[in-house]
Design a protein around this ligand. Sequence first.
Ligand SMILES: NC(=O)c1ccc[n+]([C@@H]2O[C@H](COP(=O)([O-])OP(=O)(O)OC[C@H]3O[C@@H](n4cnc5c(N)ncnc54)[C@H](OP(=O)(O)O)[C@@H]3O)[C@@H](O)[C@H]2O)c1
Length: 232
Amino acid sequence: VRTALVTGSSRGLGRTVAEQLLNRGYSVVGCSRTEVEFSHQSYRHYVADVTDEIAVRRMFHEMAVEKIYIDVLINNAGMSASSLALWTSPQTFADVINVNLVGAFIVTREAIRVMKARGFGRIINFSSINVPLSSVGGAPYNASKAGLENLSATLARECGADDITVNCVGLAVVADTGMADHLAASAINEKQMALMKPASVDIEQVMHVIEFFAAPEARNITAQTTYFGGLR
Ligand SMILES: NC(=O)c1ccc[n+]([C@@H]2O[C@H](COP(=O)([O-])OP(=O)(O)OC[C@H]3O[C@@H](n4cnc5c(N)ncnc54)[C@H](OP(=O)(O)O)[C@@H]3O)[C@@H](O)[C@H]2O)c1
């Protein structure tokens, strides 16, 4: 049985991905700042803020004590802030970078230690079509995800000698999940019209990309970002 850690699994896309992985026979570990309302015999939840290095290290320590070793890490935990750059405070900018980029770094660093010791790992980071679109009103979010893509490539190279890969999923609007629920219909429409495939994606399509990157056979597929809708 393969084990996956999904960060930000309390709600939204992270929760749906965790449930989908359970349905596919994975053992799943999740974390978020709050408790979760669901339970499953193959699901273990940790309350941990990804930006808190001590909390993240504690989570990995507890996993080791319980002999939970992750094969797949999905860095999903994230936040967005929607305002024009001119009206965005440095604090808001820093908060978004801290969760989306520094948080992913903290979790990934601990995961790579475990994966190197075991000789296998698949790391999948959730980026966004906002990066190639440079979407208006997303300065900190877009910068955080661009940074995440570059961090992925550096980590991919640093793990080049191991059977560890680091890739990104460049998500378009995922129907009926999380952040997308808070976007105005006009904003969703504007994003989608910029795509070669002007449509939102569903969870089956997201899982298809995750399973592709997570496969043992994908050992030489690394430092890639797959954008939904045909961007590059
Ligand atoms: N939904 C979409 O259409 C879409 C599109 C493009 C990209 N994405 C990406 O997909 C990911 C999930 O998005 P979403 O729409 O599901 O967002 P969401 O509904 O806001 O959920 C975010 C999740 O992350 C957790 N989280 C936030 N800050 C955290 C922290 N500091 N430490 C630990 N967990 C934290 C939240 O749990 P707590 O509040 O309990 O901590 C929650 O479970 C994000 O990386 C986002 O950029 C989503």
